[in-house]
Design a protein around this ligand. Sequence first.
Ligand SMILES: Cc1ncc(COP(=O)(O)O)c(C=O)c1O
Length: 359
Amino acid sequence: MRVHNFCAGPCTLPLSVLEEVRDELVDFRGSGMSVIEMSHRSAEYEDVHDEAIELFRSCYEVPDDRSILFLQGGATLEFAIVPMNLLTEGAQAGYVRSGSWARGALKDAAAVGDAYAAWDGEPNGFTRMPGGGELDVRAGSRYLHVTSNETIEGIRMSSFPSLDVPLVADMSSDYLSRPIPWDRFELVYGGAQKNLGPSGLAIVVVRTDTLERTNRDLPSYLRLDAHAEKNSLLNTPPMFSIYVMGKVLRWIRDQGGVDAMKDRAARRSGSLYAAVEASEGFYRSPVEPADRSHMNVVFRTPSDESDASFVKGAADEGLVNLKGHRSVGGIRASIYNAMPDDGVEALLDYMRAFREANA
Ligand SMILES: Cc1ncc(COP(=O)(O)O)c(C=O)c1O
């Protein structure tokens, strides 16, 4: 029996994709072997690889002047690779320190280059995103780094700053869940294991002309231009993750693409926040209403003890992984693209019943 899995990542994938993977696993397209047993230089795998790149481009409406790279090391390695490549001698970059993940990105950038906080949400407990006027971006900054969705605190950047400085974004937890204004972004990156597929894969989208100016004084795996030159086949890529992501992208396309993902995320998160608001204070969201995530719905019951009993009771009903991140506690329902509507309905029913029994 399948459960409703609200994990923040890795997380629920479309059942149809899992079934296709199961059916193809032992003998991929008549090759007599599975996709994870074949050479990454084979024609069969190259088709899978190129199709995944094309599907990513078309689903996310990535402009032609961008390169799409498939890398390993997750979003975490991008925390380092991005400044290593973009912060050439004398350059500095601003970081919007909006939550735990942005804090990590800034820490790693500062370890390899000159990076500063252009805004810091920590004094207010990471409960909101900044307005454009609050950003302190130093003149001449090479880029401003934003985190489009803070997975742990459940905060979302609902609109992106419009500045003279290009944006770089960690989009790990809302990748392909809404269209983005590509003209403002020089580079975006994210791990696949939330909206797109299995872990082990990070996808970087970068202006192709930027790659002519990146740092060359780096080991080969850390050079974005080297990956682009080899079509992300510089070394053995995470083939299984790329193969499954291709299927998830096809599923996204068949559901109506990123616009459809955006609408359902707004509708589903909206119904959960409405249940919080209608609970007469039984449930509380720590996040400013305008900045509440459409992917990670964070809320609390009256006490830590009742949070724990909410999570346990939910698991008994097949609603699993609702515990908030260990650093913040509370409850977190991650409702990424592939979460079926049934899962959200079941959670709403459970919230209603739990409140009635405990208010
Ligand atoms: C917003 C964000 N950035 C970065 C990461 C780190 O990603 P990875 O585990 O792929 O390195 C995560 C993981 O949950 C995340 O949610």
